[in-house]
Design a protein around this ligand. Structure first.
Ligand SMILES: C[S@@+](CC[C@H](N)C(=O)[O-])C[C@H]1O[C@@H](n2cnc3c(N)ncnc32)[C@H](O)[C@@H]1O
Length: 215
């Protein structure tokens, strides 16, 4: 992943932001020890941002596309209403028990519902609407995810989209077979132009876009 700001500044930014909760430190350590591709996990700084944004929204229902080991789900759950639900989807069945162990160690275990399978098939079957949606799965499908979730996002609801700068590849010439970058270019334009949402792209970590549904 590219560093968009110098490393010493990044370190200063992290030092002057909220500390990482103990359970998430544990989850992160165990992910790095046992699971492939641990850099997919949101991590300390972005995790604290997700938590704070969720607390500002105070959502009833949250939808996450791309659970991985559950780090971002637990951050988002910190802002959920006591009667709310967090639904998180991942296609990798090997991660299911790992996620559950950590969800159950948290204060939100009973509010977190895991869905195993292809998000594009699962989302239409969820008979719910959401105040907060986080898209963080396969980049090739980001435009499809947008079309699938937009009617399930409540007015004033917030859509968060991760990796939208894709290590800076969105500003470089794109190879013909680079489907992920092509999809992200399409997605970033879609978010900017769709009249139902207002959007600001933040150059945080690998790029995180915040969009609010206005009508
Ligand atoms: C970047 S990781 C998610 C990281 C997690 N949100 C976090 O911040 O800790 C992406 C996840 O998306 C999952 N994924 C990929 N394609 C998917 C699909 N079509 N449907 C559901 N999940 C998918 C992968 O198995 C992987 O665990």
């Amino acid at each position: 992943m590219a560093h968009f700001i110098p490393e010493e500044l990044e370190e200063y930014v992290v030092t002057h932001s909220e500390n990482e909760p103990e359970l998430l430190q544990q989850l992160s350590r165990e992910t790095y020890q046992k699971i492939l591709q641990p850099r997919m996990l949101s991590g300390h700084y972005q995790g604290r941002l997700l938590s704070l944004l969720s607390k500002l929204v105070n959502p009833k229902n949250i939808l996450e596309i791309g659970t991985y080991t559950g780090y971002s789900a637990l951050c988002l759950a910190e802002g959920i209403q006591p009667s709310g639900e967090l639904h998180t989807i991942d296609i990798n069945e090997e991660l299911f028990d790992f996620q559950r162990t950590y969800f159950d160690k948290s204060a939100y275990g009973k509010q977190i519902f895991q869905h195993l399978g292809n998000a594009l098939e699962i989302i239409p079957k969820l008979d719910k609407t959401f105040d907060l949606i986080f898209i963080d799965a396969d980049k090739e499908n980001y435009p499809n995810y947008f079309h699938t979730i937009i009617d399930k996002l409540n007015v004033n609801g917030i859509l968060l989209s991760d990796n939208v700068l894709w290590s800076g590849k969105v500003t470089k010439p794109v190879k013909d077979d680079d489907l992920a970058t092509k999809a992200l270019l399409e997605y970033n334009t879609l978010l900017k132009e769709d009249k139902r949402i207002e959007t600001v792209l933040l150059p945080i970590r690998d790029g995180l876009t915040i969009s609010r549904k206005s009508n």
